[in-house]
Design a protein. Structure first.
Length: 251
């Protein structure tokens, strides 16, 4: 290993220890707090992942810290989700609003990445992307069907006029669909998901499968009151002919 590799490994180890200790204290505090998860109330959590891979696309190869803050009331949930790598060279701040009815959940996302001014929402000059997403979960089958499209913002394709040569930019409506199957074995939760895009866009330069993921999650007992969830995933992107291995912990 080179000197830079040793420094990177030491930094990752330091962040993992910090996140673990922070998570332990947060869990200990929440035992006496009124914070709720999966019910009406406030939820606060965070993940530490070895790299940031989303829907088969690697957005950042460095370890990322990904906090979540949300509030649930009845069928509605509003929340904030973020991701920042340990070097501070990648950051993302998302806002979402979802509504659930029986087995259906509809969610509106506002994705924001980069260092541009946050409150710049002009469709032709913004770092925001809006997505409309729908999820369906059958009652008696451990499946989840997801479909979403980017409908506004920083998702443009260039159009060249064949006669004048002038260029314009139009929304390309990048879309994604996914089928996920969840099951458990020996106190280990597993999920196999297959996702792809029906059109050319952010997820690929043509229609096709860009995400096959097998994820495994296991809770490791730390003491009588706290279990540490550890998750590992193998992600294959058939369009880019790439494969990723991601390790994460949740607090």
């Amino acid at each position: 290993m080179t000197k830079n590799s040793y420094l990177l490994f030491a930094r990752i180890l330091l962040y993992m220890v910090f996140i673990f200790l922070f998570g332990f204290s947060l869990k200990a505090y929440s035992q006496e707090d009124t914070t709720k998860t999966g019910e009406d109330g406030i939820n606060v959590s965070a993940d530490l992942v070895s790299s940031y891979v989303w829907r088969g696309v690697c957005l950042d190869l460095s370890p990322n810290i990904q906090p979540t803050f949300s509030y649930t009331k009845g069928n509605f949930e509003v929340g904030f989700w973020g991701s920042v790598n340990i070097f501070g060279t990648y950051s993302e701040t998302d806002i979402y609003l979802s509504y659930s009815y029986k087995n259906l959940t509809f969610t509106f996302f506002d994705y924001f990445t980069g260092n541009e001014k946050y409150f710049k929402y002009d469709n032709n000059n913004t770092s925001h992307v809006f997505e409309v997403l729908a999820e369906f979960t059958p009652e008696k089958i451990p499946l989840k069907i997801t479909g979403g499209s980017w409908v506004y913002g920083d998702d443009k394709k260039m159009i060249i006029n064949s006669i004048s040569g002038d260029t314009t930019f139009a929304n390309q409506y990048s879309s994604y669909v996914e089928l996920a199957y969840m099951f458990s074995s020996n106190q280990i939760d597993l999920e196999l998901s297959i996702g792809g895009t029906p059109i050319e866009g952010f997820y690929g330069n043509k229609a096709g499968i860009n995400n096959i993921t097998l994820s495994v999650e296991k809770k490791i007992s730390i003491n009588s009151k706290y279990n540490l969830p550890i998750k590992a995933a193998v992600v294959a992107n058939l369009q880019e002919e790439k494969i990723f291995m991601v390790l994460g912990i949740k607090i």
